[in-house]
Design a protein around this ligand. Structure first.
Ligand code: BGC
Length: 348
């Protein structure tokens, strides 16, 4: 696998960002910027060998910096919602920014999606990988503890995009890391995802209210509504927050080696993505709110309407700090964190 680097522009702060192109032996390529660790483009063949870019994104660094719905970004320090935008840990209460109704979403006002990560190319047992790292200081976005975090991307020769995370801290803190890519297996800008067949290996979901606030309970999936254990054509359901923007508890829970979490197949192109993870859950988000407030302009000027991309955000229960019985999204000084998620592509 080769990795090439080119400039991707400068932020208003003067910080420079780069764009890395990872290419595997079959000609698949992934473009990743160290601004937000964003997966900018992912070129994957269909059943006839025709390549298309299957992730939603923006054309330039300026466009990403102007704001976007977490296209392809690494989200942290806590991906997902901390209920009521506050938590109490070891006797101290920590207020956070309420940036999504009453909740703190995706790490607060300046999450990991907006940081410029240090980048290096490493060779891991003969495989070239892109390693991104940040030091997230004590108190940033209101969270305790200095967190050292790395995210390592590789495009393996079996057509797998591998994303490996590590984190450590000097004080106990909530932590939940994911990648927020929006996939459209027909190709970015090729219309809606309603023909995609989605399978998620989960038997229960997190209970939420009308604001998507996590309520600290889990409920069994409901047949015909949010049960995706057998493949479901998305357009056959009335998609809403309770079946298409929801945390699924995976049957495998947290594992040492990545286990299958979801499979999505798109019949017209034949493309399939299989998602494997060591994480115990996945937020399935079908892009319900794309262009809800203003037209969401993507690459090549395409406007992404609602349900033109889906996310499978592998993670733990975001509000674990308030409901420890629901998950383990908490990082302690003596317990460094690591996790791996694989997106494996094929076509038939
Ligand atoms: C959330 C959605 C949100 C989206 C973009 C997802 O992880 O669950 O509610 O609209 O991220 O912020």
């Amino acid at each position: 696998m080769s990795i090439e680097v080119q400039p991707f522009g400068n932020l208003s702060t003067g910080e420079a960002a780069s764009l890395f192109t990872l290419t595997n032996k079959n000609g698949l390529s992934a473009k990743i910027t160290n601004y937000g660790g964003i997966l900018v483009a992912l070129s994957v063949p269909d059943r006839d060998g025709k390549f298309a870019d299957i992730v939603l994104g923006k054309d330039s660094l300026d466009d990403y910096a102007s704001g976007h719905p977490y296209f392809g970004a690494i989200t942290g320090r806590v991906a997902g919602r901390i209920s009521g935008a506050q938590f109490t840990l070891e006797g101290k209460t920590y207020p956070l920014a309420a940036n999504n109704g009453p909740n703190c979403l995706h790490g607060g006002l300046k999450g990991y999606d907006q940081l410029v990560w240090a980048a290096e190319t490493i060779n891991d047992h003969g495989v070239n990988k892109l390693r991104l790292s940040i030091t997230d200081p004590d108190g940033s976005n209101g969270f305790p503890g200095t967190v050292e975090c790395t995210v390592t991307y590789a495009l393996l020769d079996d057509n797998t995009l591998e994303i490996a995370y590590t984190a450590s801290t000097d004080k106990t803190t909530p932590l939940n890391l994911t990648n927020h890519s929006y996939f459209n297996l027909k190709g970015s800008g090729e219309g809606d995802i309603l023909g995609h067949e989605v399978q998620i290996f989960a038997d229960s979901v997190a209970s939420i209210d009308a604001n998507s606030t996590l309520l600290g309970r889990r409920e069994p999936v409901v047949d015909g509504f949010n049960d995706y254990r057998d493949p479901v054509v998305l357009g056959s359901r009335d998609l809403n927050g309770n079946n298409a923007d929801i945390h699924f508890f995976l049957e495998n829970a947290r594992t040492k080696l990545p286990q299958v979490a979801a499979i999505v197949h798109e019949p017209t192109s034949g493309r399939t993505v299989e998602v494997f993870t060591t994480e115990p859950g996945v937020q399935f988000y079908a892009g319900l709110f794309l262009s809800a407030d203003a037209p969401e302009i993507g690459k090549d000027g395409v406007i992404h309407g609602a349900m033109t991309g889906f996310c499978l955000e592998t993670q733990d229960y975001a509000d674990s700090v308030n409901c420890p019985e629901m998950g383990g999204a908490i990082l302690r000084p003596d317990e460094p964190f690591s996790s791996t998620t694989l997106y494996r592509f094929s076509a038939k």
